[in-house]
Design a protein around this ligand. Sequence first.
Ligand SMILES: [Zn+2]
Length: 479
Amino acid sequence: MTALETVIGLEVHVELGTKTKIFCSCAVEFGAPPNSHVCPVCLGSPGALPVLNEQALALGIRAALALNCSVPAQSKFDRKNYFYPDSPKAYQISQYDEPIGQHGFIEIAVGGEKKRIGITRVHLEEDAGKLNHSPYGDVSFVDLNRVGIPLIEIVSEPDIRSAEEARLYLEEIRSIMQYCLVSECRMEEGSLRCDANISLRPVGQREFGTKTEIKNMNSFRNVQRGLEYEQERQTGILARGENIAQQTLRWDEATGTTLVMRSKEDAHDYRYFPDPDLPRIVLSAAYIDARRDEIPELPAQMRERFEREYGLPAYDAGVLTASRGLAEYFDQTAQRVRDPKSASNWIMGELLAYLKAAMLEIDEIHVTPFALADLIRLIEDGTISAKIAKTLLKDMLDSGKDAKTLIAEQGLIQISDEGELRAIALRVLAANPKTVDDYRAGKEKALGSLVGQMMKETRGKANPQIVNRVILELIAGGE
Ligand SMILES: [Zn+2]
């Protein structure tokens, strides 16, 4: 059988971080009691007129520019007509043929190589309501708080070639949106959602195969799992010489399979037409430039700068730019220490482990970048050992006290006094004659055991370099 190539395109919905809905003044609040944030406009009462929320427009354009899209001077809103209980108006206000952004791209790193994924378009639209299906019977409840929350839909070109690339692309989109303060992109709260279409074709063939669309992949892991599953399912169908049916599928996390939702509808089924209640969007060049100026240093630029400016490995730069908060934390710390790589090690090691265990974000902890830099400098100038610093950092995270205070409280200053260490070493050597003999007989490991004894005697406070030297000198001198 000929080798098959996987072709994936993603449609990503991002909730814009506005205070109010896109066409009315209802508040946007996750987790509010059902149907508590609704009004005649978002409920679609006859005669109620929508008015565009300027903040939603500004965030949408900022997002489009951050995704390297061109933003045309004019665009418009259209009605996408469909009948379903999650939409009381029986249409969704969206953008059909004149989106606010088009022809963009982002870059992802695949196996150490940069890969560009094209972005077809970015458009503004309103969200629909949420149906909650009762577990007790044939009943569903509708919560219309979400109706009218501003969204952008980001449509990729079919440039993605694997489930892993899809996950990387989605993670990069999330980073960019978070860096730009467009959205918090919490997948678990639905403020970042992803639908994917996937098809297979023989390698070398230009035409696309029949695609299926997968919905309801509500975590990064599920996006990858869902696409891997669907890729295998389609491969199996084609291997049996059967045809793929064009369908919309639902990812079922519990069973790890996709289920058929419905046969796919085409754009003409929605009877798009321009919304007569909303004026065209007309943007001045100055307005677009102002949105461009709001874009901060983006994750890709930051990764590059961390490698260039601080000499970090690409891996470190990738981990540290996963969120803007973490990247800024590292940036601030690295500027204040001699060796930026040590700042990276402390943050990627101890700090990230702590955040994960405590389920906290970097801006929720007691230790500021300044305090961490102080701690690292104390190691760099030999005041404390790295081992003690580890314990100290835990204490700092728990108590909020700085390193110097804790060192004074606990008497932890490193012993670098050679005379004092020599005296302790003499005692250790005298108490361990067999280990000394082992070392003399060529067992290198015996030295480690003696150093370990010294550390025990000094409760970890001995300067390890000096301890090593003193022990070697004493053993050599004893011959
Ligand atoms: Zn409303």
